[in-house]
Design a binder for this molecule. Structure first.
Ligand code: FMN
Length: 68
């Protein structure tokens, strides 16, 4: 996860919040982002994320809608 995201999210209270990670990438998928979010966003419930490869984004509408 980009350090900017860690800086923006750490030290906040996520008690009672639900986070669903969404990432674009060019091959790394979700990598270890769900694990990092669980560590950084204290109190949050982290549900399944969705990864979309940037080069396939134009055909990803159905996957995104299903996930939402
Ligand atoms: C500095 C930088 C490094 C990145 N490194 C990776 C990487 O190692 N693996 C990967 O799958 N995506 C990486 N990405 C993300 C993809 O480049 C990007 O999400 C994807 O091409 C989709 O384009 P978008 O960012 O416009 O949505 C990186 C992005 C940036 C800005």
């Amino acid at each position: 996860m980009p350090e900017e995201m860690v800086t923006a999210l750490k030290d906040r209270d996520f008690t009672g919040k639900i986070i669903r990670p969404f990432v674009t990438h060019e091959g790394s998928g979700l990598a270890n982002i769900p694990k990092e979010i669980k560590e950084v966003c204290k109190g949050a419930t982290v549900l399944d994320g969705l990864e979309v490869k940037g080069s396939t984004v134009n055909s990803a509408r159905n996957r995104v809608e299903d996930w939402i």
